[in-house]
Design a protein around this ligand. Sequence first.
Ligand SMILES: CC(C)(COP(=O)(O)OP(=O)(O)OC[C@H]1O[C@@H](n2cnc3c(N)ncnc32)[C@H](O)[C@@H]1OP(=O)(O)O)[C@@H](O)C(=O)NCCC(=O)NCCS
Length: 330
Amino acid sequence: MANKTTAAITGVGAWLPEYILDNDELSCMVDTTDEWITTRIGIKTRHILKGEGLGTSYLGERAVKNLLEKTGVDPLSIELVICATVTPDMFFPSTANLIAHKAGLTNAFCFDLSAACSGFLFALWTASRYIESGAYKRVVVVGADKMSSIVDYTDRKTCPIFGDGAAAVMLEPTTDGMGIQDALLHSDGSGAVHLYMKAGGSAYPASEETVANNWHRIHQDGQAVFKAAVSHMGDTTLELMEKNHLAASDIRYLVPHQANLRIIDATAARIGLPAEQCMINIQRYGNTTGATIPLCLWDYEKQLKRGDNLILAAFGGGYTWGAMWLKWAY
Ligand SMILES: CC(C)(COP(=O)(O)OP(=O)(O)OC[C@H]1O[C@@H](n2cnc3c(N)ncnc32)[C@H](O)[C@@H]1OP(=O)(O)O)[C@@H](O)C(=O)NCCC(=O)NCCS
């Protein structure tokens, strides 16, 4: 039987900035404690990019170079780069463009995709369609965010959550049944009021007023986001598994977006998966938005075997959310 073409992840790379912001340092910035952050969110440290003029492309460039080193792939053979980010270096050109230029992927066409914490999942699904169509054979998907550039470090309810980082995967076609199998992705703009950054776009361009009002920082209603994340991530992950006749015993790992350990635990429990089969690195990196899921794949790469069933699940601002089933290809 001739197998259909699917898109397989054939490599993963990442990069994290050197500076580590731990809970004790945060406790000097806002009224919080290591104990509160550890029990309510599950984060101990996050990496922060310091340095004048360094943006998300600085992170993404290094993640892509790590990917190229590990895979030995010729950068000129990459045909498309998609970067999932909500913290682009600037409105235009796209951060994907800047990353491709700096990392020498000069034959690729490039664009950014904005779906907040679901960005990597949306970008991976989009990239997989380009491969399955037969149009392209080598696509790089980058998840990268410099969240420290938009975090309000006077808001104790929000600032402990986020960190900076980048990770990238290589996607190539295969006919051996491995790779991306299915996904369910959703958006609901009514959630916009609970998680957003008000200014800096066309509605409220930067002005003295927007700066004075602190509108260039993340605004988050934590409880509303928490409830929506738990219910939507769980529902959609279960729906995807039922649709594809997958039981918990078929799954090697759940790869959840890393926003709050309690959201991760609730999602794993909802699909009946033991904690040790859930990729977790939130304690070290925090929520790096576009980068969390590929950073998990990068951290757990050595534990993965060809044919392992992975379920990727995400929830983010927008609202946006989704789940994806893939078979690890190497
Ligand atoms: C933000 C979040 C950690 C807050 O946790 P929570 O358990 O909901 O806490 P609440 O907002 O109910 O606050 C409970 C109390 O803790 C306090 N608190 C909040 N942040 C605190 C902090 N960093 N340190 C100490 N106390 C804090 C609150 O002021 C409140 O005190 P009060 O009862 O005296 O008013 C949690 O709601 C969350 O993770 N939401 C989802 C966020 C998310 O996933 N964002 C990314 C989207 S992908």
